[in-house]
Design a protein around this ligand. Structure first.
Ligand SMILES: *Cc1c(COP(=O)(O)O)cnc(C)c1O
Length: 374
């Protein structure tokens, strides 16, 4: 069976894990954490990068930093992972779900402004499949109405909007290094802060509400409890694993892009025949090869395709279910129809894409899809 995903080691992961243990410090904010954070700040010009235990944690930190209070409204796409919403729900927010674009699961920037009310506090976009949302439009709306912005960049490492790194545009952003993402550390994530006003507080929230980081830099002569916070730091073991992956990032990305291109070339005849849609990359976005998906005509066809692939020993999987229709939120949603979100919930199917997937395996998967549509 070809799995949908497979975690991998790309280089010095075991060496660095051993070194972290030998160094005698495996709690957070040690040598490897600092190496990873510097890597990101140097490479992508984030004002501040803080490793976290997950992207979920980074989103929760974002909601605290943006000072979300009970009753505040936060606009986000319905077609996303639960953590995008949960982080704001935990602060008492009301989520105002927006629809996806017609040719991409990303939030439709043209529908955002109509959702803004005096209670709107933030917009949280999700760069689906690592493809940028239309950030110029979104940042202009936020500026005009004086509301904060957050990027759920969980899938968006090493991807760009008009040359700007994703995660470097909104006030804050959250990345994931979960084993299903491009660059992994098992569980893992990162908060990036781009608005100077949030930089100092981000470190305090990260360190359980204390000014411990400033203390270790010698900026204050004692440290104590100064704000709310939690234990958002990952251990040095996660950071050591992650650093080894970062050293191999271009290699990993090149391999993923090669797989993505092989899929695209092998199946573009299906799109030309109008049988199925392949991923659309907007012209302002780059493709970081996080995901390769097909969009079928209806739910029944998608179910048959997944079954067909299973018979050929291929594990293909669908993705999100519209959050506005979830058991938790359907009674809290304001009743607006979000047809494109439902469309992608019913019709999008993801094919295996991981570093160790071979050319032969990709060919086998392409053959299987082509046979289904014969
Ligand atoms: C993976 C993912 C998350 C959650 O990441 P974790 O690191 O598992 O917490 C959140 N949002 C999106 C869009 C994701 O793809």
């Amino acid at each position: 069976m070809i799995p949908f995903n497979k975690p991998f080691a790309s280089g010095k992961e075991y060496e660095y894990l051993k070194d972290a243990v030998a160094t005698g410090k495996i709690s957070g904010n040690g040598k490897y954490t600092k190496k990873c954070q510097s890597f990101f700040e140097d490479q992508y010009h984030f004002k501040k990068a803080l490793l976290t235990s997950s992207c979920t944690d980074a989103l929760e930190m974002s909601a605290i930093l943006l000072d979300i209070q009970p009753g505040d409204e936060v606009i986000m796409p319905s077609y996303t992972f639960v953590s995008t919403s949960n982080a704001f729900i935990l602060r008492g927010a009301k989520i105002v779900f927006a629809d996806s674009e017609t040719n991409h699961p990303n939030i439709d920037a043209n529908q955002i402004e109509a959702l803004i009310t005096p209670k709107t506090k933030a917009i949280c976009v999700v760069h689906y499949a690592g493809n940028a949302c239309d950030m110029d439009k979104i940042m202009a709306i936020a500026k005009k109405h004086n509301i904060h912005t957050c990027e759920d960049a969980a899938q968006a490492i090493d991807s760009f909007y008009k040359g700007k790194p994703l995660g470097a545009i909104a006030d804050v952003a959250a990345f994931s290094f979960h084993e299903t993402k491009n660059i992994i550390s098992g569980e893992g994530g990162m908060l990036t802060v781009n608005n100077e006003a949030f930089v100092n507080r981000s470190e305090i929230i990260w360190e359980k509400g204390t000014n411990r980081s400033a203390f270790f830099r010698g900026e204050v002569d004692k440290y104590g409890w100064v704000d709310i916070g939690s234990s958002f730091l990952p251990s040095e073991l996660q950071a050591a694993y992650l650093y080894a992956q970062l050293e191999e990032m271009q290699n990993i990305q090149n391999r993923r892009k090669a797989i993505w291109n092989q899929y695209y070339e092998g199946m573009k005849s299906l799109e030309q025949r109008g049988v199925v849609d392949l991923p659309h990359v907007p012209d302002y976005a780059t493709n970081n090869a996080h995901m390769f998906y097909l969009v079928t005509k209806n739910l029944e066809e998608r179910s048959r395709l997944i079954e067909h692939l299973k018979k050929d020993n291929i594990n293909a999987v669908f993705h999100y279910l519209s959050l506005h229709k979830s058991p938790f939120y359907k009674d809290k949603h304001d009743g607006r129809e979000l047809p494109m979100s439902d469309f992608f919930s019913d019709n999008l199917v993801r094919l295996p894409l991981f570093y160790e997937l071979t050319d032969q395996q990709v060919s086998h998967i392409i053959e299987s899809v082509l046979n289904f549509y014969k």
